[in-house]
Design a protein around this ligand. Structure first.
Ligand code: Y12
Ligand code: CO
Length: 177
């Protein structure tokens, strides 16, 4: 499966993802193809819509105490639903589809999530810390929401200006090389 990360302002990132009904080889192929893309890009979370697949599928791989990511800790989350939230926290988030930008975003501190694994088994997870933030960030992608959509009007305006400048510079650099 040949997948590439799509970047803002690609309109597909605004799409709502479809619930997964078939837990078949095609789904496994998608999950297996997303993992190396996330790792190669230094990501800790990736939603299927970021590789142009509008399915309720996401990966999360939180680094351990030594700041290393291992396949053992990979979470494959399908059709997630938040069942409980508490507290409030803020974290400087980044997104593989919005390269080079990091902003403080308010999130719930703890969440509980029901989901399915790659074989369709129902699971649940109680999360706090970085995992809770990553889950909320990735689940927003399933509803077509990016972390930049949560910025205040003035922060968003500043972001749009800087991002446009960055895209222009990228285009010019490509032209030179
Ligand atoms: C906390 C906050 C946000 C999330 C969502 C998942 N986000 C990521 O995995 C973001 C990864 C990322 C990686 C980048 O690449 C490098 O650092 C080499 C990056 O840098 C550039 O685009 C230049 C930006 C974001 C989970 C938990
Ligand atoms: Co993201």
């Amino acid at each position: 499966m040949n997948l590439e990360i799509i970047e803002y302002p690609n309109k597909m990132l605004k799409e709502k993802s479809e619930k997964v009904e078939k837990f078949d080889a095609r789904l496994h192929e998608l999950l297996d193809a997303m993992y190396p893309i996330m790792m190669a890009s230094n990501g800790i979370g990736l939603a299927a819509i970021q590789v142009a697949q509008a399915k309720q599928v996401l990966l999360i791989n939180i680094p351990d105490e030594e700041d290393k990511q291992s396949h053992e800790n990979l979470l494959e989350i399908i059709n997630p639903v938040i069942t409980k939230t508490s507290g409030q926290t803020s974290y400087q988030e980044g997104c593989l589809s919005v390269p080079s930008f990091y902003e403080d975003i308010d999130r719930f501190e703890q969440i509980s999530v029901n989901f399915q694994d790659r074989d369709g088994n129902t699971k649940s997870i109680d999360a706090n810390g970085l995992l809770a933030i990553a889950l909320q960030h990735e689940m927003d992608h399933l509803n077509g929401i990016l972390f930049i959509d949560k910025l205040s009007y003035s922060r968003r305006k500043k972001f749009e200006k800087e991002y446009k400048k960055m895209l222009k510079e990228k285009k010019n650099n490509k032209h030179i090389m």
